[in-house]
Design a protein around this ligand. Structure first.
Ligand SMILES: [Zn+2]
Length: 108
């Protein structure tokens, strides 16, 4: 297995994991509200948290799919800003990253 294949496998596994979590969240959000108004308030607050988590998950899936597209066209692991290779360690930590550490730092 080449390095890129390893990344692709890890990215796909991560997407599957996120999708499973999103399904769980959706199931919870679909549950009817508690009758007790106090409990209802808590439920609604929980729902907001879950929605935020779900939103973050969706964003990550989108980024990961972008990374898979770059793997497919052979530009994965190359910094989109400076064209230098992105360090392996960084790709392991942030598999969907499209920029090297230097450029990511320069941005903030
Ligand atoms: Zn760069």
């Amino acid at each position: 297995m080449t390095g890129t294949e390893t990344h692709a496998t890890r990215i796909k596994a991560r997407i599957a994991e996120l999708q499973a979590r999103l399904q769980e969240i959706e199931k919870t959000l679909d549950e009817p509200l508690d009758r007790d108004p106090e409990e209802q308030a808590i439920d609604l607050e929980d729902d907001e948290v879950l929605e935020a988590v779900g939103y973050a998950g969706l964003q990550e899936i989108r980024l990961l799919e972008g990374a898979l597209a770059r793997i497919a066209d052979g530009t994965y692991g190359i910094c989109q800003t400076c064209g230098e290779p992105i360090a392996e360690v960084r790709l392991k930590a942030v598999p969907y990253t499209g920029v090297c550490r230097t450029c990511a730092r320069g941005r903030t």
